[in-house]
Design a protein around this ligand. Structure first.
Ligand code: SAM
Length: 482
């Protein structure tokens, strides 16, 4: 029997089945232990140190106790703590991005995904470089600066060379005042050598969802194809980091397995990366299974209520305070609105999950990966965020200034976020407002920027931000950053 060891590089040791079962048992036993719950909440509180906050975070056992606790008053405390942590490290900024589907050719047999090999009726598409250019122009014309590229796993149709060429194409497009400044990559687990090539191509975050941490379920849910190899998939982030990628994004597909198991597994994965690679995950995504072409989400009997979903998000926020959290358009406007306050720091907007979807007038469904719940335009999402007092940010500065991995974490801890990320958000929002926004959004945005500028503590930084914002408004100069 494998023994739990968070430093080990072996999947069965750092995601240890017995340790997860023991964690769930411990959480059940202590879910009404109010003294312990108070102690855990106290430990997780942000503490002012020098100019910045620090936060202890929680281990998977402590966080699982919070998740199991069903005492309404304690849950309220969790929600307000999650909000406090979010504000301490991320402020009221929300980073915007969009997915770009390159190809839906896939040799895997994932039973929840319509791109599985046995699906013979779904339209298969792979974008040419010219088509990618056109998709990127359409995305730039909406105002996007940050993309997550998505592709099925197919060594013949989507080899690494195709992905690398596509990244080059994306970065090369500069339409009007637009450009894509950060390309995150969500492709299947691969070799250290390929991760090194992705790093050299200038990617931002490498994202790979675990789908489920439960090995037995994983093998059943991925019956055929290279993705069937649980260990290879689970150890992918270590290979990515060995290949030089500092920023990795974790996630599970909620609904496939029991949520307590996934929650503990996800946090154990984060603890493992910190222990073995010296830096935790840059982001965590929380996708839920959705209806898609030949996929009925009701077949999987672990679907979550919205209430439980919110609690999971808040508990992740409390446990890993420095990790960004992403929510996609799989979720409705209503759900997205509620979780913004519980720790989400990045959202997609105006997403199309079909291959070549952005250049079509009407949203195409033929090659879609899943149904999109939030179908609003980017302008609508941006306006909505500001109405809720969140600053939509198109910032991509950190990795371009070399602030990746633990260097990003130290920025968080040093209290420089308000002098750095905050003005960057305001300057990139100004770019959006000048170049792409509707009149109503622009007006609201300018007002917000005026009042948010006052929050920059350093006088010099405030003056520079103000000057740059005026420059963006009155010229074609773009891409200022701290
Ligand atoms: N093919 C790559 C891989 O194997 O990891 C990743 C790209 S895939 C396009 C992105 C993610 O979409 C998957 O990791 C999965 O979690 C999610 N996904 C697949 N089918 C889905 C569905 N029916 N509803 C919601 N999300 C789904």
């Amino acid at each position: 029997m494998a023994v739990y060891d968070k430093k080990s590089l072996k999947a069965e040791e750092f995601i240890n089945h017995e340790e997860i079962l023991e964690t769930i048992r411990y959480a059940q036993e202590n879910k009404h232990n109010e003294a312990l719950i108070d102690e855990i909440l106290e430990k997780a509180k942000p503490v002012l140190k020098g100019k910045g906050y620090t936060c202890a975070g929680l281990n998977h056992r402590e966080a699982s106790v919070l998740l199991a606790c069903d005492i309404p008053e304690k849950i309220e405390k969790m929600y307000s703590l999650a909000k406090e942590i979010k504000l301490a490290f991320y402020g009221n900024r929300i980073v915007m991005f969009a997915p770009l589907y390159l190809s839906n050719y896939c040799v895997n047999g994932c039973v929840y995904c319509p791109y599985h090999l046995k699906n013979k009726h779904i339209v298969r598409k792979k974008l040419t470089q010219e088509e990618i250019r056109n998709e990127v122009i359409a995305l730039q014309d909406m105002g996007h600066k940050r993309l997550a590229i998505e592709a099925g796993e197919d060594p013949v149709n989507n080899p690494i060379e195709y992905i690398l060429e596509s990244i080059k194409t994306i970065y090369s497009v500069h339409h009007k005042n637009g450009d894509i400044r950060r390309v995150n990559v969500n492709i299947a687990a691969t070799t250290v050598e390929n991760y090194r090539k992705l790093k050299e191509a200038g990617i931002g975050t490498y994202i790979l969802f675990q789908e489920t941490y439960n090995k037995k379920s994983y093998l059943e849910l991925h019956p055929t194809g290279p993705k069937h190899d649980y260990d290879y998939h689970t150890e992918a982030m270590d290979r990515a980091m060995q290949g030089g990628i500092d920023d990795v994004g974790l996630g599970v597909l909620f609904g496939l397995e029991g949520y307590q198991y996934e929650f503990a597994g996800l946090l154990m994965h984060a603890e493992h990366l910190e222990a073995a690679q010296g830096v935790g995950p840059h982001t965590i995504s929380v996708p839920r299974v959705k209806h898609a072409d030949d996929i009925d989400p009701n077949v999987f009997d672990n679907s979550l209520s919205d209430e439980l979903f919110k609690k999971i998000i808040a508990c992740i926020r409390i446990a890993v305070p420095y990790t960004g959290m992403i929510i996609s358009t799989r979720e409705s406007e209503e759900v997205r609105g509620e979780v913004l306050d519980l720790g989400i720091s990045q959202i997609s907007g105006a997403s199309r999950t079909s291959v070549g979807g952005y250049t079509e007038e009407e949203r195409p469904h033929d090659s879609e990966q899943f149904d999109v719940s939030d179908q609003r335009t980017l302008d609508e999402v941006v306006n909505w965020l500001m109405k809720k007092n969140h600053i939509p940010s198109f910032c991509t500065a950190c990795y371009r200034e070399g602030r990746t991995g633990d260097r990003f974490m130290s920025l968080c801890k040093s209290g420089q976020i308000l002098n750095c990320c905050h003005p960057n958000a305001l300057m990139t929002l100004t770019e959006y407002l000048v170049d792409y926004a509707s009149e109503e959004t622009r007006e609201r945005g300018y007002k917000m920027i005026e009042s948010e500028l006052e929050k920059i503590p350093n006088e010099k930084a405030r003056a520079i931000a103000r000057e740059n914002i005026e420059c963006i408004k009155n010229s074609d100069r773009r891409d200022f950053r701290f």
